[in-house]
Design a protein around this ligand. Structure first.
Ligand SMILES: CC(C)(COP(=O)(O)OP(=O)(O)OC[C@H]1O[C@@H](n2cnc3c(N)ncnc32)[C@H](O)[C@@H]1OP(=O)(O)O)[C@@H](O)C(=O)NCCC(=O)NCCS
Length: 149
C-alpha cells in the first residue's frame, strides 16, 4: 500500500470535509478549512493520498516554537492500516524541520485510539481541560518535545 503524504491543496477540501464529517461529532465546516488554507498564516496541513484519493489529513498551527495539532483524521474505511501513523510522522517531521521545539494537542478522554497513537510518538499527558468539548467531555492535554535539527 503506497501512501503519499503531501501538503494540502485547495482541490483537497471536498475530501477533507467528507472525512471530517465521518470522523468528528462536531465537524469543522468547509468555510473553516477555506480560512485555514487561504488566511491563516499559522496553519499547515498535510494529506495522505492513496491511489490518487485523499484518505486522511492532519493539521498544525505554528505558534512561536510550538506546534498545536488542530486535527488528524483518516477515512473510516481506511482506518487501522497505518495511515494515522504516517500522518502523525509527517506532521512531526515537518515541525522538526521548521524548528518547532514542542508539539501539543487536546484529545477526548474517551478517545483511546488517538491517545494510543499520540503516546506511540512520545506525546505525554500534561493535564485536563474539564468539559472542553460541546458535549461536556473532558480533554486530555498532551505535549511532546521534538528533536533539534
Ligand atoms: C486516530 C486516527 C487518525 C488513527 O488513524 P489510523 O489510520 O486508524 O491509525 P493507524 O492504523 O496508523 O494506527 C496508529 C496507532 O493508533 C492506535 N490505534 C489504531 N487503531 C486502534 C484500535 N482499534 N485500538 C487501539 N489503538 C489503535 C495504535 O497505537 C496504532 O499503532 P500501531 O499501528 O502500532 O498499532 C483514526 O482512528 C481517526 O481518524 N479517528 C477519528 C478522528 C480522531 O479521533 N482524531 C483524533 C482527534 S484528537
Amino acid at each position: 500500500m503506497e501512501v503519499n503524504i503531501r501538503t494540502i491543496i485547495e482541490e483537497d477540501i471536498d475530501s477533507i470535509v467528507e472525512i471530517e464529517k465521518e470522523a468528528f461529532s462536531n465537524p469543522w465546516p468547509r468555510e473553516s478549512f477555506i480560512v485555514e488554507l487561504q488566511d491563516n498564516l499559522l496553519a499547515r496541513y498535510i494529506v495522505a493520498e492513496l491511489d490518487k484519493k485523499v484518505v486522511g489529513y492532519a493539521g498544525v498551527w505554528f505558534i512561536l516554537d510550538e506546534g498545536h495539532i488542530t486535527n488528524i483524521a483518516v477515512r473510516r474505511s481506511y482506518k487501522g492500516q497505518g495511515i494515522g501513523n504516517q500522518l502523525l510522522e509527517g506532521l512531526i517531521t515537518y515541525c522538526e524541520l521548521k524548528g518547532i521545539r514542542h508539539m501539543t494537542l487536546e484529545v477526548r478522554r474517551s478517545n483511546y485510539i488517538a491517545q494510543n497513537l499520540y503516546k506511540k510518538y512520545g506525546f505525554v499527558e500534561y493535564g485536563i481541560r474539564p468539559k472542553y468539548y460541546q458535549d461536556n467531555e473532558d480533554a486530555i492535554i498532551m505535549w511532546r518535545s521534538n528533536k533539534k535539527r
